[in-house]
Structures are given as C-alpha cells and as structure tokens.
Design a protein around this ligand. Sequence first.
Ligand SMILES: [Zn+2]
Length: 153
Amino acid sequence: MVDGLVIRSSSIHAAGCYTTRAIRKGKRVCEYDGPRFSKDEADERYKDRDITYLFSCGDDGTVIDGFGIAMFINHSCDPNCESENVDGRVYVVAIRNIAAGEELTYEYNLHDSDDQDQNCYCGAKKCRGTMFSEDEVKRRARKARAAAKALKR
Ligand SMILES: [Zn+2]
C-alpha cells in the first residue's frame, strides 16, 4: 500500500483522493475496505439514501460498505487505477505510473439495476458519459428498446 494519500476537493466530484508521492504502475494503492453485507441487507439499510459507497465484490453478491480513504476515489473514464478483487478483498491498483499530485481514479463499472442514471462528468476526452459498465449500458439499451416496442403496440 502507498503512503501519502490525501483527500482534497476535486474537479470531478466534491472530494477526491490524491497522491502526494509518485506511484509505480502495478502497485497496490489502497484497499477498499469496510463492513460487508449481502446485497439485500445493503439495499434495506440504504433504501432512503442517494449516495452510498457500496462496492460489490465477488460473485456471491457481497458488498463492501466503503470506509476509509478508498471511498473518496472518483470514477474516471480514463482512469489511472483499477479495482482488483482478490479472495473477497478489493484493492485499488495503479495501471500506469502516477505522478505526485495527481488525483487517483478508477472506473466504477456500475451495474446496479436500480433505474437511476449515473451520468459521468469526469471530463476525460473519451468520457463515456456514464459510470455504468459497458455490459450495463448494453443491458439498459436493450431494456429501453423493449420498452419502446411495448409502447408502439
Ligand atoms: Zn467519464
């Protein structure tokens, strides 16, 4: 893990996580850690809240309720980190060399099926305009087409 991570205001979204030291590609930056729940428990717990820091890990539907510095890392469509699942733990790993002072970002690849849009304003040249994963974007497009068809009838 890396020392020298700080929280500062971010141009992407409210607050972000920045490194005060250079980080080499491939280095584990921090762990996305916190209490673990099942997806159903998390939905129940957070049904009235718009903002959550839940991170699904593994295929068994466990989510991590982010606690600590990793929850401040913003999404970007042109990120410098990615999340890595290892035996039920989630690490944020540098996918390129990162200079001191840069904001850390990774792709959220959201695939939650609640119907809110998750628009992206990361400002990257190749911004996809959404924080959903590509599979989720396709799934939603299929759903929208099906809904449009149903309306025509
Ligand atoms: Zn974006």
